[in-house]
Design a protein around this ligand. Structure first.
Ligand SMILES: [Zn+2]
Ligand SMILES: [Zn+2]
Length: 238
């Protein structure tokens, strides 16, 4: 794509695809861009993977006035990159009211709380299903809870790995402010970038955890833990 790309049908279609999916991996994002480009152009200048961030930046400049944004997320548990379609409003949970009933939203909030307060921000599936018992008033069945968890996983809100549920890339992108407002004492900020650190690398000598990517940059220049100032002892270059 030409460097001076203007907003075209390709961007419009790319945005539509990403907003429908909620969350796409960086690889998927490139595939979408490529296939949309193929529909509208038949010249030789095929986009490369490096064109994805530029296309996203251009789309975001248009989305700005709608309080929406495509957010890039480096997801630490799998070391993979994602793009998430996110509202920028403070009340991200309330926005979900358009799609879910009150007890379903309660389950969503309880999931956020449970993950925020759990060691390592991961929870066993049985614990998640038992959250239905904590919904006040009219509740939902465990079968429905399972369906919802599946749906929320597809949208990127939660991820199931190794028999545990984790915060997904979309929650990392969309609910960082909500989580720090409600569960400040359980959520942790990376000392190096001051952004919330969900699944960082823990220092071997103190309780500090830091983003792996931030640590990699930091350890090129310095060798001590930014928390306890002892020599950093955990490998991050693998
Ligand atoms: Zn960081
Ligand atoms: Zn330390």
């Amino acid at each position: 794509m030409p460097a001076s790309a203007s907003y075209t049908d390709v961007h419009r279609a790319f945005l539509q695809a990403v907003s429908q999916h909620g969350t796409v991996s960086a690889k998927q994002a490139y595939k979408i861009l490529l296939s949309e480009y193929g529909k509208y152009h038949n010249d030789e200048t095929v986009p490369t993977e490096d064109d994805v961030p530029d296309a996203v930046a251009l789309i975001n400049s248009k989305l700005h006035r709608f309080d929406k944004k495509i957010v890039f997320v480096h997801y630490e548990p799998t070391n993979a990159d994602f793009y998430c379609f996110c509202p920028q409003a403070e009340t991200a949970v309330d926005r979900l009211q358009n799609y879910y009933s009150k007890p379903e939203l309660s389950l969503f909030r309880l999931m956020l709380k449970e993950l925020a307060c759990s060691e390592g921000h991961k929870v066993r599936p049985i614990v998640c299903l038992n959250l239905t018992a904590e919904i006040t008033g009219k509740t939902i069945t465990k079968v429905r809870a399972e369906e919802l968890l599946d749906e929320w996983e597809k949208l990127g809100y939660f991820v199931q790995m190794d028999e545990m549920w984790y915060f997904g890339p979309k929650t990392v992108a969309e609910f960082d402010r909500y989580l720090s407002a409600h569960f400040a004492e359980h959520m942790h900020k990376c000392l190096l970038c001051n952004e919330m650190d969900f699944y960082g690398v823990k220092c071997a000598k103190c309780p500090e955890t830091l983003h792996k990517e931030c640590l990699k940059k930091y350890l090129r220049r310095l060798t001590n833990c930014p928390g306890c100032q002892q020599p950093w002892a955990v490998s991050v270059f693998n």
